[in-house]
Design a protein around this ligand. Structure first.
Ligand code: AMP
Length: 291
């Protein structure tokens, strides 16, 4: 097991860094290592932040929330191949492990979970989780198999770490709903905590994929959010996005939110904006309720 020691982080209850205290972030690579570690911890609450790395402030906002709400925070970094329906997208997905490592260490993350393919898929993905309703719309319609991969990997992460809470960004709102539904469907003992979307000052939703945009595309990308949030009709939004040079995958309204997916250059961007404050109360079809 690797150990990283820094001198500017605190383990104190208010979690404010001080110069005198030492924070240690441990790296674990297998669920067996984690179980061994867990036996020595005596922690009353564990928070998990699943990520695919190339971390930005959006990810770190989830880490901060987890640190406030739990004794121990585990962040996983795993670029999950089964959720990529396009091999080029998987190959070009940004990987910045050294920087991620430093950012997480600075945030006072307790554990970094870095599993490999054999650890995550000892079955070679013969077993997978398939939702039949919500996963057929929006990103599920244009990315076949994507949500099977997402749900399967999240189930494996929840099984491996056994967190009390797991943190998901509303940037991937459909993903959050599907994971929350899965946890309720299988009565898993983890609370799924939705976290608000963090944006650049331009309004562009932070995303690991933003790094792949050229400088000209970076200038244009904030128009995606501006047009999505313009309050015009769904068809009007689509037309304005196309007029602006985006290739539109979808613009649709569900759950009181406007969802959009566009391609800019070679980069797929998604975003969603609440249409009205009570959006969260609305259900999709046979939403899963807890007993
Ligand atoms: P990813 O690494 O893209 O799989 O994202 C890991 C988690 O971070 C997911 O729950 C995302 O929804 C969340 N996330 C990504 N971008 C943002 C953002 N801009 N604001 C809030 N959460 C985000």
């Amino acid at each position: 097991m690797n150990r990283i020691t820094t001198t500017n982080q605190s383990e104190s209850t208010n979690r404010e860094p001080t110069a005198e205290t030492v924070h240690t972030m441990r790296i674990i690579t297998t669920s067996g290592q984690w179980r061994h570690e867990l036996a020595t911890l005596g922690a009353s609450s564990i928070g998990l932040v699943p990520t695919m790395g190339a971390l930005h402030e959006g990810h770190l906002s989830l880490v901060r929330r987890s640190r406030i709400e739990n004794d121990i925070t585990v962040v996983s970094i795993y670029v999950n191949p089964t959720q990529f329906n396009n091999p080029h997208d998987l190959d070009s997905y940004p990987r910045t492990l050294d920087d991620d490592y430093r950012l997480l260490e600075r945030e006072g993350t307790d554990y970094l979970y870095l599993p490999d393919y054999h650890c995550m898929y000892p079955d070679g993905y013969r077993y997978r989780l398939h939702e039949i309703e919500l996963s057929t719309i929006l990103c599920g319609a244009s990315r076949p198999g994507h949500f099977d991969g997402v749900l399967s990997v999240v189930l494996k992460l929840l099984a491996a770490i056994g967190p009390h809470r797991a943190y998901f960004g509303e940037k991937d709102y459909q993903q959050y709903l599907l994971v929350d539904g899965m946890v309720k469907a299988f009565q898993l003992p983890t609370a799924i905590v939705p976290c608000p979307i963090l944006r650049e000052s331009s309004g562009l939703a932070m995303s690991s994929r933003n790094r792949l945009l050229s400088s000209e595309e970076k200038r244009k990308a904030p128009e995606f959010h501006r047009i999505l949030d313009s309050g015009t009709s769904i068809e009007g939004i689509r037309q304005n996005l196309e007029a602006c040079g985006f290739i539109v995958d979808y613009v649709e309204e569900h759950f009181g939110r406007v969802f959009g997916a566009v391609v800019l250059g070679h980069v797929r961007l998604i975003d969603n904006i609440p249409r009205k404050p009570e959006a969260r109360q609305e259900c999709f079809g046979s939403e899963v309720h807890t007993c």
